[in-house]
Design a protein around this ligand. Structure first.
Ligand code: ADP
Ligand code: MG
Length: 589
């Protein structure tokens, strides 16, 4: 472990530990407790909203499930809070599953609307149930006890709250910094590239949804035993909005920003509640107006919240070393050169009245490079999408080694080792070049949420990252590994996509205009790489406009025009074909 990397965190923790020992007024300890409780919810929102892109106004309701579960069990049945802790958290998670399954399928503004709907209805549910004391709530909740010590005072429960905050924050960071986390972080860009490499997008969304609910329930459990009574008010929609505000203010994509945002909003609220009435002379909830303005200003001036500014002030952490690993990932055995891998049979795709791909049939054998050419709009990219499952066939079929692929989802198709690049590059600009490539190796690892949360999958993770580093070296981008992918030039991004596809240990490589934007020397290198892959037995389907590049490289050429296959064969023959000359090559032939 690199001490220099840990220093800021350790300083922060040391600071938190000494605060109650210092002569701080008790009022501020209470405020810090509230910040800690809110931070738990907000860290969940960072993963859900900031990283996953799923806006939720309803998180306070999950606090309610945590709080009421322990309140009922501890008061009515005398169950120890330590036993109700897992139960509270489980209830939060179990409620989140069906809600999540419905909610994450909503898109656009329906998603936040959906969260408002259940946020509201759960609040009223808490207030209508007799067992939960209706709107009066439940009182007389016992304090938490540990080895005879009762966490009664604010100064005592302070340590418990912040222990959980730090643990959850570290776990959340671990989770993001893992195989599962890369899938979650890929949600923001729409997730199409991640899906093409085997990430289960719906599952990734559900993971963050349940995670956010579980940590909110944990916050509720702590709240119930700190406050010693619960009623529906803190679990309503307005608290849900406040939590979202905290996440946005802090910096919706940053775990530590969640704590910062919670602190800022809660302290501001305390100060406003104290000083606004004496300034304005009324006791109305003016702080909500101030918050509203604050939110608008922050969204205008700092879309990523305030944490990025704090990061600029903090001393820069040294970059992570590129992991090395002695273990090698298993490699697929490639089929005999010349044996058919992909077979496209009368594939047809209609977009309304437009037939983009018109009953096209061709094969891509192992150890061969097949060129797919044709003018713009000929249907080349759509053909790629039909093979990889991103678009569904209107009719016809696609086979892999005789097995029908049509109808399978992109992530299932990826399992056969069918890897692709996109004509319009789909990378995650904020993620490092190395991690972008590691996304390609998703199916070669297996560690899930729990292992990632605890960081006990480090061996596997190192192997995946080492493989990504190897592929980056192979395509000549090694020196950029730690840079954000968004820093790369367009040509380099295309090469990055090839490295990502190679990290999947492909049997078939589908490259959509990989040489666009490359300089002459870079094209030469790319051609050499593709020849080497061919020698190894990989099948390549190549869409490219640079005829010099295509002609010198491919074994077989397929020509599309207006969705129809007009010629195919050896490049030298095809270029002489009258239909091809007429439709496409023209003077270039
Ligand atoms: P190419 O890659 O050969 O340039 P494409 O496969 O991208 O061509 O497009 C083929 C045709 O299908 C074009 O006319 C394009 O406008 C149309 N098309 C592609 N995708 C869609 C879509 N999602 N919806 C409607 N039309 C589409
Ligand atoms: Mg295209």
């Amino acid at each position: 472990m690199n001490i220099q990397r840990l220093l800021p965190g350790l300083t922060g923790i040391a600071f938190l530990v000494v605060i109650p020992v210092l002569p701080v007024p008790p009022f501020w300890i209470t405020v810090l407790n509230n910040i800690g409780l809110a931070s738990l919810v907000t860290i969940g929102l960072v993963l859900l909203t900031g990283v996953g892109g799923l806006t939720s106004f309803g998180q306070a309701a999950f606090c309610g499930f945590g709080a009421y579960t322990t309140a009922v069990l501890a008061t009515n049945y005398g169950i120890s809070p330590w036993l109700t802790l897992p139960l509270s958290v489980i209830v939060g998670g179990v409620v989140a599953m069906p809600l999540g399954l419905i909610t994450v399928r909503l898109s656009g503004h329906f998603l936040p609307l959906g969260t408002i709907a259940w946020g509201l209805s759960l609040y009223y549910l808490f207030g209508k149930i007799d067992m939960l004391g209706r709107y009066d709530g439940i009182t007389g909740i016992p304090p938490i006890e540990l080895a005879g010590y009762r966490f009664l005072s604010d100064g005592a429960i302070y340590y418990l709250i912040w222990f959980f905050v730090i643990a959850v924050a570290i776990g959340a960071r671990n989770l993001l910094d893992s195989r599962t986390g890369r899938g979650i972080r890929a949600l923001r860009g729409g997730g199409q590239a991640a899906e093409a490499f085997g990430v289960n997008i719906v599952r990734a969304k559900l993971i963050v949804f349940v995670f956010a609910a579980v940590v909110a329930a944990l916050s509720g459990w702590l709240y119930a035993h700190m406050q010693r009574n619960v009623n529906p008010t803190p679990f309503g929609l307005s608290m849900g909005i406040e939590y979202l505000l905290m996440a946005v203010v802090g910096g919706s994509g940053h775990v530590w920003g969640a704590i910062f945002g919670s602190g800022l909003v809660i302290i501001l609220k305390e100060l406003l509640q104290r000083f606004l009435p004496s300034l304005i002379g009324t006791t109305t909830n003016f702080e909500m107006i101030v918050f509203g303005i604050l939110l608008v200003v922050i969204l205008q001036l700092a879309r990523d919240g305030l944490w990025p500014f704090i990061l600029k002030i903090l001393p820069k952490r040294p970059p992570k070393p590129i992991p090395t690993s002695n273990q090698k990932l298993p490699k697929r055995t490639l089929a005999l050169a010349g044996s058919p891998l992909i077979k496209v049979e009368k594939a047809r795709k209609a977009f309304g009245g437009l037939v983009a791909v018109n009953d096209v049939s061709f094969e891509v054998p192992a150890g061969r490079i097949v060129g797919l050419i044709g003018p713009n709009g000929a249907g080349k990219s759509t053909t790629f999408n039909l093979i990889t499952g991103i678009a569904s066939l209107t009719s016809g079929s696609v086979f892999y080694q005789g097995q029908r692929l049509s109808g399978d989802s992109p992530r299932h198709i990826a399992r056969h080792g069918i890897a692709r690049t996109f004509q319009h590059a789909k990378i995650l600009p904020d993620m490092s070049v190395l991690e972008n490539v590691a996304l390609g190796a998703h199916l070669r690892g297996s560690a899930g949420v729990f292992k990632s949360f605890l960081h006990v999958e480090r061996d596997e993770e190192a192997t995946l990252l080492a493989e990504a580093a190897h592929q980056l070296e192979r395509v000549g981008l090694g020196e950029y590994a730690n840079r954000p992918a968004g820093d790369l030039a367009l040509g380099q991004i295309r090469i990055l996509e090839i490295a990502r596809a190679l990290a999947a240990d492909p049997t078939v490589l589908l490259l959509d205009e990989p040489a666009a934007g490359l300089r002459h020397g870079e094209k030469q290198e790319l051609a050499n790489l593709l020849k080497k892959l061919r020698e190894e037995g990989v099948a390549v389907l190549l869409v490219e406009h640079d005829m010099g590049f295509v002609m010198g490289l491919v074994d077989h050429l397929v020509v599309l025009d207006f969705g129809t296959l007009i010629a195919e064969g050896k490049p030298a023959e095809v270029r002489k074909h009258p239909a091809v000359i007429a439709a496409y090559l023209g003077g270039a032939a």
